[in-house]
Design a binder for this molecule. Sequence first.
Ligand SMILES: *[C@@H]1O[C@H](CO)[C@@H](O)[C@H](O)[C@H]1NC(C)=O
Ligand SMILES: *[C@@H]1O[C@H](CO)[C@@H](O)[C@H](O)[C@H]1NC(C)=O
Length: 335
Amino acid sequence: MFPTISLVLVLTCTVIFNVFPTKADDLKTYIVHLSLPEGQDFPRAHEIEEWYNSFLSKIPSRPNEKPKMVYAYRHVITGFAAKLSVDQAEALENLSGVVSVRPEGVYQLQTTRSSYFLGLRQDSGLWKDSNKGKGVIIGIMDTGVTPGHPSFNDNGVPAPPSTWKGKCEVAGCNNKLIGLRSFVHGISPMDEDGHGTHTSSTAAGNSVDNANVFGMANGTASGMAPLAHLAMYKVCTDDCLLSDILAGMDAAIKDGVNVMSLSLGGDQLPFHEDSMAIGAFNAMQKGIFVSFAAGNEGPLDSSLSNEAPWMLTVGASTIDRRITTSVLVRNWKFD
Ligand SMILES: *[C@@H]1O[C@H](CO)[C@@H](O)[C@H](O)[C@H]1NC(C)=O
Ligand SMILES: *[C@@H]1O[C@H](CO)[C@@H](O)[C@H](O)[C@H]1NC(C)=O
């Protein structure tokens, strides 16, 4: 029998983290972390927003500078995202119970890699002996997905577990793609960039035979967990806002994902200032396995982002395959 070649692209991603607000006097989105008063239980679901708003009501408000709640987080962090002026942010930071108030960063996307290179084979070893992710729900924060893409066929994938609480905002979901929502205000969850479709098919894409590009690199394309369920939380378009990323993570925790995968990150920050690391910590405490891309940026071979020890930090290298072709330029002019 002819051995099957698996062309699996594994995620990776990078990021440029811009901590500086863009325009000086507009309201900006800040991420506000709170701590509970000593001995107080976490408020019940319907009281959380009220508790968060009680902080906003204590800071100065001018007619065109009203502080505005953007997201009230319930699971990923104790805190919220709000549009604030610089003065309001400072006043908020002074309130008792407020741990930190920081302008949100902007994150950007990048990619690549292969599983054959990792030594995984369809017909032997670790991969063959595993259940290929059956029953596992992988939640991905990215640019959305393209429902109906061949990698999201649900051959051999059972119905999602009854504990699943997520949903699809558009048609085209099946037993493979079980969740698809957008957290980018006013933008559909469809993938217009390609990055989300790439990272999610890398993680959870089902097998697709005879995958090739103009006949090149022909083989069986497969994600690492071809029988797992996929839930996409769209948190990025060309770039990703921290408030949206946290909103996606918040929903993923509530919906009941088992694994969370984020192919985005930023410069290293102390863990207590890194809202994504804090969110990942809360997810980990709830039994969710959190995987992040290490990033594609230097300056050193050892430079990475998303390095908190409670999450898996996935590094990438170049793949062990080269596709070459000849190009004939008729007039030998290159302009
Ligand atoms: C914050 O508190 C400090 C010290 O109590 C005070 O000097 C400062 O004016 C306060 N800032 C705001 C914006 O309320
Ligand atoms: C890809 O490989 C399969 C199996 O070997 C073969 O049947 C098919 O014709 C190939 N497709 C292309 C475009 O080479």
